[in-house]
Design a protein around this ligand. Structure first.
Ligand code: NAD
Length: 338
């Protein structure tokens, strides 16, 4: 039976890489129906709202979305739609796999899945200014909220992910030496769960600053990482850098009611509309989606065709050192699907 997926092409290069991804999935024969919806600046222009009710209703119905990058104004303007979507659908786990695909980079054998708590910590949105004397904004306070339940569900998700994907080791990253309450609670829950999963998944803990260093020294030693929101945001980009940048970094936002799959990179305004963007990250996000839908074979076929296209070095987009357009690269992937 056909599965309906909400498609939010997004801003900047979003429509270009979304078209490429939809073409590739169609070529696999995946039985998907796309419910196209607006989000971000495209939605502001068309409907005066970066996250229209129709888009939210669509995700509510389908429980599944593939999303291009959305523009977030810096400083003023509307709040991040990505953050709002995570809140609206309680998408508590952000899954970011990073695997060496382009050979000849700094590291040949990186294969790390980072799972980031996606709704709490410093991204809880609990912020205010403090007035001192005549200055209304003399200080600012952001609350890093961590709950036992919130920690448990994301760490348990990471353990379960490890088991179902045959992963061996989970590294919990924290700063409990300084933030003894919030980070301490996250670590405490992690240690409790580690006892439950003992013998099935190896568990270790690392302090975030040391982890940042170990990742650039010897990333091959890490398998899966689970961490709080801000640390996960930063470390996942660092890990993307280890495999050659954001062009090939997919992400999934997982909740109980909905899942949203996306490219980790932004709207790339500097190359938008030129037809030269690398659609790889969104294609890999679509593979994660196929996997979640139970189409492991389809996911693997697309992934392998993408890897083969890149490794053959013949048809590469500019960011990977080639001259191919998005369309030429997409055609090459489709050709390799067989
Ligand atoms: P960016 O990721 O858009 O661009 C950084 C650099 O990487 C640019 O030089 C860009 O050309 C290049 N790049 C990114 N993706 C590429 C691709 N697929 N192919 C080739 N080159 C690529 O980051 P930014 O410039 O900091 O952000 C631009 C906008 O995107 C901002 O409005 C930001 O808020 C938004 N953003 C959205 C998301 C999201 O929706 N998930 C994520 C990050 C940033």
């Amino acid at each position: 039976m056909a599965r309906t997926v909400t498609l939010i092409p997004g801003d900047g290069i979003g429509p270009e890489i979304s078209d490429a991804t939809v073409r590739i999935l169609a070529a696999t024969g995946a039985d998907l129906v796309w419910d196209r919806q607006l989000g971000g600046m495209a939605a502001v222009t068309a409907a005066g709202n970066p996250m229209p009710d129709e888009t939210l209703a669509s995700i509510g119905r389908t429980g599944l979305a593939l999303k291009g990058p959305l523009e977030t104004p810096v400083g003023g303007g509307y709040r991040s739609v990505n953050v709002a979507l995570r809140k609206e659908f309680d998408l508590y786990a952000n899954v970011r796999p990073a695997c060496t695909i382009v050979p000849g980079g700094r590291f040949e054998n990186v294969d790390i899945v980072l799972i980031r708590e996606n709704t709490q910590g410093l991204y809880s949105g609990i912020e205010h200014y403090i007035k001192i004397g005549a200055d209304d904004r003399a200080a600012a306070e952001s609350v890093a909220l961590i709950t036992r339940d919130g920690s448990e569900r994301v760490i348990r998700y990471a353990f379960e992910y490890a088991i179902t994907r045959g992963r061996k080791k989970l590294t919990l990253v924290h700063k409990a030496n300084i933030l003894k309450y919030s980070q301490g609670l996250f670590l405490e829950v992690g240690k409790e769960l580690a006892r439950e999963y003992e013998g099935r998944v190896q568990f270790e803990e690392r302090i975030v600053d040391a982890m940042a260093m170990h990742l650039v020294l010897r990333p091959e030693q890490f398998d899966m990482i689970v961490t709080t929101n801000l640390f996960g945001d930063i470390l996942s980009d660092e890990i993307a850098g280890l495999i050659g940048g954001l062009g090939l970094a997919p992400g999934a936002n997982i909740g109980r009611r909905a899942m949203i799959f996306e490219a980790v990179h932004g709207t790339a305004p500097d190359i938008a509309g030129q037809g030269v963007a690398n659609p790889g990250a969104l294609i890999l996000a679509a593979c994660m989606m196929l996997h979640e839908l139970g189409d492991r074979n389809g996911a693997q076929r697309v992934r392998q065709a993408l890897i083969d296209t890149i490794r053959s070095q013949g048809v590469l987009t500019r960011d990977m050192g080639g001259t191919a357009t998005t369309e030429e690269f997409t055609d090459a992937v489709i050709e390799r699907l067989g």
